[in-house]
Design a protein around this ligand. Structure first.
Ligand code: FAD
Length: 273
């Protein structure tokens, strides 16, 4: 079983220590790569580069930065990519990103497809490019068909593989992969897996990104109330079962959204051993 892990860039010393502890525990699963998210709205205040450098130098991991295009100019993005090249990065997660509401016009690059083209035209094949995919349809898409068309165009623009938004319904993933193959997409599509540690937080995230928590699962998780241990164990069983189905159905590998916590992801991985 091949895995990768996603982290967010810590901002305080306490968060940095927590990330180190999490990485130490997850490293034993020999991730193919780890990735670090990127805050929307420009590169200058980002902690992503320092986190990438830390994961590469202190932990010896193939750390890949997420890079989003809506907040920055072409020149800013190229400069950031040059920094990543100088650090030895050979892999990127290329995204459109989301501008905070009320924050002005879009930048020079409107869609992830534009970013993929920019990376290929400026850097050739220096980076392996992963892009985002939405088995349950991107929340701003006109409709599912338009979303698939845009996804296929983004892959054709030069992406090497895709990582999905998280989902708890394996059929959504299988149907999406079938539809993508029919639309000419040949590259791997890695399922993104979100282990559960906090139901309130998960519900809030899911509303924002358009991921569905199936009714039965929401009802079961809500019933645990303050019983965090019970919730985590139940959710780990459900997510491990989802992972088993995905792998049995042909998913190439698993990408875990860790939220910088070791326990929820470890609980799933231990059930899969
Ligand atoms: P795109 O592929 O550009 O698609 C965005 C929307 O535009 C879709 O509705 C699509 O159908 C539509 N569209 C695309 N092309 C066209 C076109 N030519 N004409 C009309 N419509 C079009 N966000 C962050 O800010 N930081 C992160 O680090 C981050 N990491 C992520 C990691 C993963 C694996 C995923 C799946 C998402 C991540 N996101 C992150 C969230 C992401 O930025 C948002 O979901 C964003 O709204 C869309 O990004 P995208 O790259 O998928 O967009």
């Amino acid at each position: 079983m091949t895995v990768s892990f996603e982290f967010f860039p810590p901002k305080t010393d306490e968060q940095r220590q927590q990330l180190d502890r999490t990485v130490d525990k997850l490293k034993v699963f020999a991730p193919r790569f780890v990735s670090v998210t990127f805050g929307a709205g420009g590169s200058t205040l980002s902690y992503t580069p320092e986190t990438i450098r830390h994961l590469r130098e202190q932990h010896g991991l193939d750390a890949a930065p997420h890079i989003s295009c809506v907040g920055g100019t072409r020149a800013e993005i190229v400069e950031l990519l040059q920094r990543y090249r100088a650090m030895g990065c050979t892999r990127l997660i290329a995204l459109r990103g989301d501008l905070p509401s009320g924050m002005g016009a879009l930048g020079e690059l409107r869609y992830a497809e534009d970013l993929v083209r920019l990376i290929r035209s400026e850097f050739g094949d220096a980076f392996r490019i992963e892009v985002g995919a939405y088995p349950e349809v991107h929340p701003q898409a006109d409709d599912a068909r338009a979303d698939l068309r845009h996804f296929a165009a983004k892959m054709a623009a030069g992406a090497d593989s895709a990582i999905t938004q998280y989902f708890y319904n394996a059929d959504a993933y299988f149907r999406f992969v079938d539809a993508a193959r029919a639309a000419g997409v040949t590259q791997p599509i890695l399922p993104g897996i979100m282990p559960v540690s906090n139901f309130t937080q998960l519900r809030r995230f899911s509303e924002g990104c358009g991921a569905e928590i199936p009714r039965w699962l929401g009802k079961q998780l809500a019933a645990f109330g303050d019983d965090a241990e019970g919730l985590r164990a139940y959710a780990a069983d459900v997510v491990a079962e989802l992972c088993r189905r995905l792998l049995a159905g042909g998913a190439p590998e698993l990408h875990f959204y860790t939220l910088n916590l070791a326990r929820p992801t470890l609980a799933v991985l231990e059930r899969l051993r």
